[in-house]
Write a protein that binds this ligand. Structure first.
Ligand SMILES: Nc1ncnc2c1ncn2[C@@H]1O[C@H](COP(=O)(O)OP(=O)(O)OP(=O)(O)O)[C@@H](O)[C@H]1O
Length: 602
């Protein structure tokens, strides 16, 4: 329960709806408990009219309103009493209906507002968390917390609170009336209800546990099916269709077994509840009849009690259900709190500034180890890049090239050493300011399920002109291919849109970086899926576009068409070669070896 304290701030934010909701619930139950009293009164009147009938001695109602009504209606004859009472019962039902409408309008609408706020809160927090966090948590886990956990918490702020207040108030009103009328009859007829509540609570827990297992199994088969669709080419080329079908069947079998077991429990549970309800009514009639025969109660009061007992059954059965809902919401809120309380390791510290970024870069003995794997990706690396320089970063796979780029973007923080831009430590530069001045084309290109146009324009503060978007696409060597798509720049890509080739995606993401025109551009092996001819065109274009901008180009291949100011070769997080093309060829090391291989292949 303590975890749910986190939603109190929202209950307070929507306090008007919350308190109005409580008021409507109490009002609806107040009007609900008046009807049995009037029914009992009318029945006693009927009995009084029978031959040898005498007035029943009944304790007055607990409510002044109803006592005043009886005093007033008593002046009329029997026929009028029945008609007026019936109309009043009808009126009470209408008022109750209206109150219930407002109760849902306040409480359930409040829970939807809270759900909306909470989704925003979680999403905002996700945006603040750093790359390290995302490496540690799967997308499925993040999505679940955002969708399922938030909706379970909504069950607490909406239906659970509403039913809780409802059952507390209806139980209070009924007991107040019942004990006021007849203490002995109340004690005897109410005795089975707590047993009913406890039993239902336990059976409900079993049902919930079983439905969770069913949900988990369902999610297993969905994942298996989803992976089979996305990986269908791999499955077919490895001739694994049969084993995939078997794997799916195993998951589906597990789902069926659990779903059937749940259905069995439910099919016993609901009839049993109905039977207990019937037995309670029967018990009330039986005990009531005995008391009428002993002249210690009246028919009207017994009928009134039968109605109260029927009113109480649902709240008593709901105790277990509501308790389960609260428990589940609490578990979900606990999971949400875990994330919401996670502070990003990389965030703006006090005193960070919007420093000038002209892109003189210095790596000063920088070392970095990935915490999750313990791999040392950079080892006392020192590097100077002057404004306007174009630097080629080469190295075997895993040598630390991407890490170098991501440290510069401040995705991670060095364990040792410092990174300076124009003599300011990047730890002192506001994150958004730093990243605004850098265009980064990552190795694993990502396009949003949106139009090609919007994908290129993504991240710009102001909407670009069509001309600007097309220019960027031309420089990235993709303009003509975009025009040949059915809807040109308005073609949707990704999910349910056109599927682009790896090379096309890479070039769209280059266009996205070029349109931003920042001080520093980092291209991380982003031409790997492009053929040599297109690669040459793009590199040539870059030569013109980059102008006096600083650029870091990470690659596995050597580009001879481009005149790099500096080439650095990384190995195991250290610079092993550094210099101009000519100097490195002369050096006869890794670079010369790679160059010779490339020349031979050409
Ligand atoms: N997120 C990560 N968590 C843990 N270890 C990582 C992570 N990213 C990279 N590494 C490890 O750090 C080392 C350097 O990786 P990095 O991606 O910087 O190399 P790279 O030179 O860019 O490789 P490639 O050319 O294959 O892209 C590698 O050994 C890699 O396994």
């Amino acid at each position: 329960m303590k975890h749910l304290k986190a939603v109190n701030k929202y209950l307070w934010k929507y306090r008007l709806r919350f308190f109005a909701g409580i008021l409507f619930i109490c009002a609806s139950n107040y009007f609900a408990v008046l009807a049995p009293e009037i029914t009992g009164y009318v029945i006693n009147k009927v009995q009084e009219m029978l031959p040898n009938g005498k007035p029943a001695s009944v304790n007055p109602s607990q409510f002044a309103l109803i006592n005043n009504f009886f005093a007033w209606v008593d002046q009329f004859d029997y026929g009028k009493i029945v008609v007026i009472s019936s109309l009043v019962i009808l009126l009470l039902a209408v008022i109750r209906g209206v109150m219930m409408f407002f109760m849902r309008q306040t409480m359930i609408v409040m829970s939807r507002h809270i759900e909306y706020d909470q989704k925003n809160e979680v999403y905002d927090h996700y945006q603040k968390l750093d790359a390290g966090f995302y490496k540690m948590h799967s997308t499925g886990d993040l999505m679940n917390r955002m969708a399922e956990d938030v909706s379970r918490v909504r069950f607490y702020t909406g239906p659970a609170i509403m039913h809780l207040v409802n059952l507390v108030s209806i139980i209070a009103f009924c007991l107040f009336n019942m004990f006021g009328k007849d203490v002995k009859l109340s004690l005897l007829t109410l005795a089975p209800l707590p047993v009913l509540a406890v039993t239902i609570y336990f059976v409900n827990s079993i049902i919930h546990k079983k439905s969770e297992v069913v949900q988990a199994k369902l999610s297993d088969i969905t994942t298996t099916a989803q992976e089979s669709y996305s990986g269908i080419r791999v499955i077919k080329s490895f001739v694994q269709e049969k084993s995939m079908i078997n794997f799916f069947r195993i998951n589906n079998d597990a789902y069926r077994t659990n779903a059937i077991s749940l259905a069995k429990i439910e099919s016993v549970f609901f009839p049993t509840t109905a039977m207990i309800v019937g037995l309670s009514t029967l018990l009330t009639i039986f005990i009531g009849s005995m008391m009428i025969l002993n002249n210690s109660s009246s028919i009207g009061v017994v009928v009134e009690f039968v109605m109260y007992i029927n009113m109480l059954i649902f709240p008593f059965t709901a105790i277990g259900w509501v308790a389960n809902m609260i428990q589940r919401a609490s578990a979900s809120q606990k999971r949400l709190n875990e994330f919401l309380e996670t502070q990003p390791e990389i965030e703006d510290k006090p005193g960070t500034i919007n420093a000038d970024i002209n892109a003189d870069i210095r790596f000063d003995k920088v070392s970095f180890t990935y915490k999750n794997t313990g791999i040392k990706a950079l080892d006392h690396l020192s590097l100077d890049i002057r404004k306007g320089e174009k630097v080629l970063v080469l190295g075997k796979t895993g040598s630390g090239k991407t890490t170098l780029a991501q440290l510069l973007l401040h995705f991670y923080e060095p364990d040792e050493g410092k990174i300076l831009i124009d003599n300011t430590n990047i730890n002192n530069i506001r994150l958004s300011h730093l990243r605004d001045h850098i265009s980064y084309v990552p190795q694993d290109v990502f396009l949003f399920s949106d139009t090609v146009y919007n994908n290129i324009a993504f991240g710009l503060k102001e909407s670009p002109t069509v001309q600007q978007v097309e220019n960027a696409a031309k420089l990235a060597g993709i303009h003509n291919e975009i025009l040949s798509l059915d809807n040109g720049y308005q073609t949707r890509v990704g999910e349910r849109g056109v599927t682009l080739s790896g090379g096309q995606k890479q070039r769209i993401s280059i266009a996205r970086a070029l349109i931003k025109k920042p001080e520093l551009m980092i291209f991380d092996d982003c031409l790997s899926a492009v053929d040599a001819k297109t690669e040459n065109i793009i590199i040539n274009n870059l030569n013109t576009v980059l102008g006096d901008k600083t650029a870091i180009i990470i690659t596995h291949r050597i580009f001879t068409v481009f005149d790099f100011s500096k080439i650095i070769v990384l190995d195991e997080g250290r610079i092993i070669e550094q210099g101009s093309h000519a100097a490195l060829i002369k050096n006869n090391g890794y670079y010369a070896e790679l160059y010779n291989k490339q020349v031979m292949q050409a």
